[in-house]
Design a protein around this ligand. Sequence first.
Ligand code: HEM
Length: 160
Amino acid sequence: MSFDRPAIISARPALTAELMERTGLDEEILRRLVHRFYDRVRADALLGPIFAARIRDWGPHLDRMVEFWSSVALMTGRYHGAPVPAHATLPVDWTHFDRWLTLFRATAGEVCPPAGAAHVIERAERIARSLHMAVQDAGRAASAVPALRGGGADGRDGSA
Ligand code: HEM
């Protein structure tokens, strides 16, 4: 039942209330989802080292990820960040996103009610696909930079 759930701060309270009712999700469930998921990520042989190289202090990252999932799943507007630049230059391909999704699906299935798990998994899959495209685009852009220096066929060095 939704009326005994703790109050939630949202930029769109009516929409958030409707989503909580429909999915069975709330902030506490999302917090558990995020913490348990990143426990798994950190212990994972493929993903763990990528995160370990970039995140020293996990407290702020986990808080940010709870805000992200609150915004994505319950439309609370609590997350103000930019996921694309945070991922575009990571040394990852679809294998990494696939592993990320496998761990996320398993954790969502354990922590969320079934409708809530389906809701967050559908969004995670969509976002993973768009982050993967951003990684691919960044790779293509880097390798497509023309050589402007070093003297071309016309003898100019491109610095003029
Ligand atoms: C290959 C899989 C992934 C890897 C290796 C990865 C890795 C990382 C790392 C290392 C950071 C910290 C960046 C920094 O602070 O410098 C980060 C941030 C973040 N990640 Fe991922 N990630 C992956 C997939 C995803 C997916 C699928 C989502 C969403 C469904 C996601 C959402 C986020 C968000 C929201 C942030 C915080 C961005 C910010 O506001 O600064 N990540 N990720």
